[in-house]
Design a protein around this ligand. Structure first.
Ligand code: SF4
Ligand code: SF4
Length: 355
């Protein structure tokens, strides 16, 4: 894998000043929880030895403990511009890579009397609490939260690295690790409040999402976005007024960063989930309070969530009444190419590099 700074700037350059910033918007109202994004990423980038437990693109059920387990309580990030202490997630908190009884099932001659079972006694996995959710019957709720590295404007991982192995590309703001400089100290893992850096125990280096930069450089959207059947991942530049990112983040202000209080200024933004109606004690529909508690959404996406939900509901009401809404058209995505701003090229058009 090329996760290499030689193509991007002078060694040791840690400038956070970027000419442009690529970003993604995830519309949580459209995520199916299918994990196609996670598999697309795994297949492309994390199949080598030492990467078994790595899922650079994860999808967790909210409310839940996530990946790694209870990552939101592990610290890191900044307060008032000052770094906060963080701790290293353990391999078991990530969920390790489970082994199954393949031999017995496929070659043991026992027919359908045996089934695939995890070996050992795993106590966590990337999707351990999938579809559990929260709330009390009949007002239970859940939604999916896909996550990647946020390619932050103020990356805590970069500031924490004494080897100057982490850098932010000037041309597009992608945050990368120079594997040739990394010595595996893991200060970046402690510092990242999103816990989106993984340790390769075989190569003794840190690794993370690279925003599919070799694809992006060729005008192709990252694999997680391109493969998403929910069409919920928008990609583009933050400063492109014609692109979906600018429109959702800056113009309509319906896409918000996850945990903005972590202080790293993430460049992945979320359209918050709109609740179904609640039921009252008699089982009647109660529209007075949303099923997903707004406090919980504020906890995740900050105080801007109230205004974002209000805008979304107002624009939905327009279309329900038979009117037109530019925002709803943008979010529906009638043509998949509208998702990707300038990154619409078909990867099949690109000639493979000769060995
Ligand atoms: S999410 Fe974490 S790893 Fe990614 S740029 Fe931000 S601080 Fe660094
Ligand atoms: S591929 Fe898309 S719809 Fe499926 S889990 Fe990932 S983000 Fe959600």
């Amino acid at each position: 894998m090329t996760n290499d700074r030689s193509r991007t700037g002078p060694a040791g350059s840690r400038s956070r000043v970027v000419r442009r910033q690529v970003a993604m918007v995830f519309d949580l109202n459209k995520c199916l929880g299918c994990h196609t994004c996670a598999i697309a990423c795994k297949t492309l980038w994390t199949r080598d030895e030492g990467m078994e437990h790595m899922w650079w693109a994860t999808v967790n059920t909210q409310p839940g403990k996530g990946t790694p387990r209870d990552w939101e309580k592990m610290g890191g990030g900044f307060r008032d511009g000052e770094p906060l202490p963080g701790r290293l997630p353990t391999l078991s908190e990530f969920g390790e890579a489970w082994e199954f009884n393949y031999e017995e099932v496929f070659y043991g001659g026992k027919g359908n009397r045996v089934h695939l079972r995890p070996q050992g006694n795993p106590s966590w996995g990337p999707n351990w609490d999938e579809d559990q959710g929260g709330g009390r019957y009949p007002n239970c709720f859940y939604f999916y939260l896909p996550r990647i590295c946020n390619h932050c404007t103020h990356p805590a991982c970069l500031e924490a690295c004494p080897r100057k192995a982490i850098y932010k590309r000037e041309e597009d703001g992608i945050v990368l690790i120079d594997e040739s400089r990394c010595r595996g100290y893991r200060f970046c893992m402690e510092a990242c409040p999103y816990k989106k850096i993984y340790f390769n125990h075989v190569r003794k280096i840190s690794q993370k999402c690279i925003f599919c930069f070799p694809r992006v450089e060729k005008g192709v959207a990252p694999a997680c976005a391109r493969q998403c059947p929910g069409r919920m991942r928008f990609v583009g530049y933050l400063d492109d007024p014609e692109g979906p990112i600018y429109k959702l983040v800056r113009q309509w202000k319906v896409a918000l960063p996850l945990h903005p209080e972590f202080g790293t200024e993430p460049n992945v933004f979320y359209v918050p989930p709109i609740s179904p109606p609640r039921f009252d004690a008699e089982g009647n529909i109660d529209e007075s309070k949303p099923r997903i508690p707004t406090e919980y959404l504020r906890y995740l996406f900050g105080p801007g969530v109230d205004a974002a939900l209000e805008t979304l509901r107002a624009e939905m009401a327009k279309t329900k009444a038979g009117g037109k809404s530019e925002l709803m058209d943008l979010l529906i995505v009638y043509d998949w190419k509208e998702l990707f701003g300038p990154f619409r090229r078909d990867p099949a058009e690109i000639e493979p590099r000769k060995a």
